[in-house]
Design a protein around this ligand. Structure first.
Ligand code: 5RP
Length: 232
């Protein structure tokens, strides 16, 4: 999918940003376009404060001159603008392709409205083709992987695999901003996302999972020309 579609989604999200707002800043390539465009608006006089969802987004926002607040300095966030790996017709999401799902979910849950920006290829009928990222403690991660495997089977996912994400130095496991591992659950198709989300939450060692349910208020799907806004 072209970068233009991501830029168009990000540009449309600017319509939702009003002077004086505290804005959650997502992570990933689509969110990076939004941060860059927001920086342009700030230079033109828009007064906003951003709350970044990753170290990478913090660095990018600083580079583009978006004033920032630390999450510990806020009691609420007006809107959150973030990308997604998949979005279904009920606005349930898979997130965490960039490994930032824990902070992304905390910021989304603290926001008055989560606005999802994605190219149109991310819209799916059923979640699960994109491997579901799950953040787990390093301690006991292979046991946690087995429990995740059990949860996938119990909730009707077939032919699944749970894979430790690499991407650190050499072939080392990737370490999240929170100091944890990511397990990618290749479920192929998640027949009941709510049931799987509940099951994952009950597993000791799971810090957070990439199913975002009941959080997105608006989905902006970017196309090569323009963007479609869908609201719940
Ligand atoms: C990062 C995320 C991203 O929002 C998601 O992976 C989409 O990324 P991109 O905009 O690069 O397609 O959840 O943890």
């Amino acid at each position: 999918m072209s970068d233009l579609a991501k830029v168009n989604a990000a540009a449309k999200a600017l319509d939702f940003v009003k002077d004086g707002m505290i804005v959650g800043l997502g992570t990933g390539s689509t969110s990076a376009h939004f941060v860059r465009l927001l920086g342009e608006r700030v230079r033109q006089g828009l007064r906003v404060k951003g709350v970044p969802t990753s170290e990478a987004t913090q660095a990018l926002a600083e580079q583009h001159g978006v004033p920032l607040l630390n999450i510990s300095q806020v009691t609420g966030i007006d809107i959150d603008v973030d990308g997604a790996d998949e979005v279904d017709p009920q606005f349930r999401l898979i997130k965490g392709g960039g490994g930032a799902l824990l902070r992304e979910k905390i910021v989304a849950a603290a926001s008055g409205a989560m606005i999802v920006i994605a190219d149109e290829s991310k819209a799916v009928e059923t979640l699960g083709k994109f491997p579901l990222p799950i953040e787990v403690t390093r301690f006991g991660s292979s046991l946690t992987a087995q429990r995740i495997h059990d949860a996938l089977r119990a909730t009707g996912c077939e032919g699944h695999e749970v894979v430790l994400r690499v991407g650190g130095k050499g072939n080392d496991p990737m370490i999240t901003d929170g100091g944890n591992y990511i397990l990618d659950a290749q479920a192929k198709r998640i027949p009941d996302a709510n049931e799987l989300a509940d099951a994952l939450k009950r597993i000791a060692g799971v810090v957070e999972h990439g199913l975002f349910i009941g959080l997105a208020a608006t989905v902006i799907l970017g196309k090569d020309k323009g963007a479609e806004v869908r609201a719940r």
